[in-house]
Write a protein that binds this ligand. Structure first.
Ligand SMILES: Nc1nc2c(ncn2[C@@H]2O[C@H](COP(=O)(O)OP(=O)(O)OP(=O)(O)O)[C@@H](O)[C@H]2O)c(=O)[nH]1
Ligand SMILES: [Mg+2]
Length: 314
């Protein structure tokens, strides 16, 4: 067994941090670690929290941490920012927002940015989730900013996905456009102390009226004021209700299966794209690309030729 696997199973925080760096950097031991850790995963409840910049995600996470720690639950937080080059330590904002929890041994907080996440932040994030899960945390919270495709990919790996909106953001319509309805298991209207909260709630409920969603689960819309610690108990109650829904219906099994399948697909895509990038480094290809430039060969012919040359035709 790998030293870091042993460390993680023995609840050594440094081993966990190192393993996540291995995952981000695609260290040669990465797959060995993931294989060894996998049988020890699946116990944690994974909550994804996404929403526009400044919606109060970190503030909510901070309050949730306080709430869960009072109930003696251990919690891991991955703060994922696809727009940030920072990784490894913690982003400044998260450090400020979650300051009280950084020294708590029952809490593990890690920021992940694009730098260092070779092969994609979404991949690195869900592999990091596996590591946190194997470490034995009760709850894993993944905070991602924005509602772009990268975040949606990340959110597919949560048990429950909460979409955070604010009444002042004017972001509701935008969020719905980005396909967020597909991933939202519930909505959190944060900054409910600001005007426009009821209007936003009505808008979301209206969307839900016409949208297709699981017949047994209509995504609830809850209100929070994270700066006043309001609604955090309701948020956790909603998490538990959704968790029970997953457990008591086939939806949970279906999701796990889809997740595992997606992960295999991604690993294969990743594997083959590396092979192709490697082959493309071949210097003899330069002449071909020159021909393309001069219009002597079409991209279609060249792609076909290379596929045949590499023996990759089906
Ligand atoms: N009025 C009000 N302000 C809030 C509330 N929750 C958070 N804020 C403020 O909103 C700002 C952004 O909060 P963050 O928790 O950093 O938001 P975030 O979504 O994590 O931001 P990014 O990670 O930068 O995308 C801070 O100044 C908070 O004090 C709330 O319930 N009401
Ligand atoms: Mg934040």
């Amino acid at each position: 067994m790998h030293e870091l696997t042993k460390g993680i199973l023995a609840k050594n925080v440094r081993a966990l941090a190192r393993a996540i760096s291995y995952i981000e950097d695609q260290h040669p031991d990465r797959l060995t670690l993931l294989k060894e850790l996998y049988p020890h995963t699946k116990k944690a409840y994974k909550l994804g929290l996404t929403g526009p910049p400044g919606a109060g995600k970190s503030s909510i996470v901070n309050e949730l941490l306080t709430y869960l720690r009072k109930q003696d639950m251990t919690v891991g937080v991955l703060a994922v920012d696809p727009t940030s080059p920072f990784t490894g330590g913690a982003l400044l904002g998260d450090r400020v927002r979650m300051a009280n929890h950084f020294t708590d041994p029952g809490v593990f907080i890690r920021s992940m940015g694009t730098r260092g996440s070779l092969g994609g932040l979404a991949r690195a994030t869900k592999e990091a989730i596996h590591a946190l899960d194997a470490f034995g945390l009760d709850v894993i919270i993944v905070e991602t900013v924005g509602v772009g495709q990268a975040e949606l990919d990340i959110m597919k790996f949560a048990d429950s996905t909460a979409v955070l909106l604010t009444p002042n953001g004017g972001d509701s319509v935008q969020a719905f456009k980005a396909g967020i309805m597909e991933v939202a298991d519930f909505y959190v209207i944060n900054k409910a102390d600001l005007p426009g909260t009821d209007k936003l709630k009505a808008e979301i409920e209206q969307m839900l009226d016409i949208a297709k969603h699981d017949s047994e689960w209509r995504p609830p819309v809850i209100k929070t004021v994270s700066t006043q610690r309001q609604g955090i108990d309701q948020l956790w109650l909603t998490c538990n209700q959704h968790r029970a829904f997953l457990r008591d219906t086939n939806e949970g099994i279906g999701r796990n299966r889809r997740r595992a399948e997606a992960e295999v697909r991604e690993l294969l895509h990743h594997h083959f794209s590396i092979i192709i990038e490697d082959k493309l480094k071949d210097a003899s290809l330069l002449a071909h690309f020159d021909q393309l430039k001069q219009g002597e060969q079409s991209p279609y012919d060249l792609a076909e030729k290379l596929i045949a040359k590499w023996g990759m035709q089906d």
